[in-house]
Design a protein around this ligand. Structure first.
Ligand code: IPD
Ligand code: CA
Ligand code: CA
Length: 274
């Protein structure tokens, strides 16, 4: 018993093996989501506008089972379970099995499986799979980011005037004064264009791919950000909170950009509402 916990503390798996397992888990869960989209699913409400489907739950189980088969000692933080599992492994998988649930439930094909991995508290790997477009975003610390195996880089936009930005709103938009509508109005008047896609993990990947120049949101959860944050960082982007401090995925606030427009975004976020 003592011996196995000592072993767990020192376990070290080759990064390539971790990536392979995360990729196969994301593809398996993505295929499952497409099957549910085709054949139907049940919807339950966690709150008036916050829904969950049996596809969310099945995809989460699928990802965890798949990873656990390869790495039985690793820990998990997954949206539908919501707590960090006990244990001593330095590896923590952070999973959003279906990011974009509202889109999914409406048949709007903008959703993904998001799998991030922390090692000793540092995000070291991210995999995001969009099954509708067969787009697989991947990144490992110090090894760059890829889309379907091709290198990814953030955009070169230098002004908000020439930037396409994206944001999102949390499910408690009706209850909290920190509902992001003030920032939305300010950016709508500053950016070339502004979008709300409904999938924070894909928003991050699209910043990494240069499709968006910047993304901000308040009240996000770690599973929304874990994988996408590594992907943006490895594609050359910058990630902070609203004060310009390095991003913590446990901190709720996120600003992700190509780096060039980051200060301009922070300045807008610091302004009083118009
Ligand atoms: C939501 C999406 C959305 C964001 C919300 C998230 P879910 O995640 O990422 O874009 O604006 O804050 O909760 O519920 O679809 O996994
Ligand atoms: Ca999510
Ligand atoms: Ca989700």
């Amino acid at each position: 018993m003592v011996q196995s916990s000592v072993l767990n503390l020192h376990e070290s798996v080759p990064r390539e093996t971790l990536l392979e397992v995360a990729i196969s888990a994301s593809r398996k869960a993505g295929t499952l989501l497409l099957k549910y989209a085709e054949t139907g699913f049940r919807i339950e409400y966690k709150a008036p506008i916050n829904l969950v489907t049996d596809a969310d739950r099945a995809a989460e189980q699928c990802v965890i089972d798949h990873i656990r088969t390869s790495f039985p000692t690793h820990r998990f933080l997954a949206e539908e379970r919501g707590h960090v599992e006990e244990g001593q492994s330095p590896y923590l998988w952070i999973i959003d099995p279906l990011d974009g649930t509202t889109n999914f439930a409406h048949g709007y094909p903008v959703y993904c499986v998001s799998i991030g991995l922390e090692y000793e508290g540092r995000c070291v790997l991210g995999v995001v799979f969009d099954p509708s477009r067969n787009e697989l975003f991947t990144a490992m610390e110090h090894q760059g980011a890829q889309l379907n195996g091709r290198s990814l880089h953030v955009s070169k936009a230098v002004t908000l005037d020439s930037s396409l930005l994206v944001t999102g709103f949390a499910y408690d938009i009706r209850e909290t004064p920190r509902n992001n509508l003030d920032h939305f109005v300010k950016f709508a008047l500053k950016a070339q264009g502004l979008r709300r896609t409904g999938s924070a993990a894909l928003d991050l990947c699209y910043v990494a791919a240069g499709r968006f120049d910047g993304f901000w949101e308040v009240r996000l959860n770690p599973w929304d950000m874990a994988a996408g944050a590594v992907i943006v960082r490895e594609a050359g982007g910058r990630l902070t909170d609203f004060n310009g401090k390095d991003l913590s995925i446990y901190g709720q606030e996120l600003v992700a950009s190509n780096g060039q427009i980051h200060e301009a975004m922070l300045a807008v976020l610091a302004q009083e509402a118009p």
